[in-house]
Design a protein around this ligand. Sequence first.
Ligand code: FE2
Ligand code: FE2
Length: 201
Amino acid sequence: MAKLHPIIHAAGIEERPPDWAVMSPARISHARRVGRLMRDWADALGHDRQTRIRWRATGLLHDAFKEEAVEALRPLVDAAEEWPDPLLHGPACANRLRASGVNDEPLLRAIAFHTTGHRDLDALGQALYMADFLEPGRIASGQERASLRRRMPHDWPAVLVDVATVKIGILIDCLLPVSRATAGFWEAITGPVVANRKAVD
Ligand SMILES: [Fe+2]
Ligand SMILES: [Fe+2]
């Protein structure tokens, strides 16, 4: 097994955030639930131990800067003006991890785009996007989330589209802008669904 970066090891095995994280106890609990859900999916998919640790670490780390001040996050992000304030914590955390020597690009991309989605997210990034929304501590629409959770990981592509539909729908309902990253993500994940539908028609 290749050596894990100490931050990934601590997060993925001991559920311990890095010392620079700014997280309330409630936030750490959320991050732990996200990480455990991702670990469970990796397990159900038959992934090896290192992958299970990596997936769990990604969940544990994704909101490490969620409660950091926006003024402190902006200098950490290139083209910060393109990111609305509530989305800065993802790319800022990815860049902070990179500065600490974490060079696992799929993991960094997963964390940077965990709120928006991105067309280049791999399975790890898609898992974080879904787990952040489906973790069992979220009370709102609890039954809907539980039924989506029960379909994971075997019904992955359809659940991914269902989660994105709800998340993008919330943006539209609130008249909030849909970012280019989200639009590209939506196009990428619905492409196979549309192609299948055309084949059936
Ligand atoms: Fe977040
Ligand atoms: Fe989160």
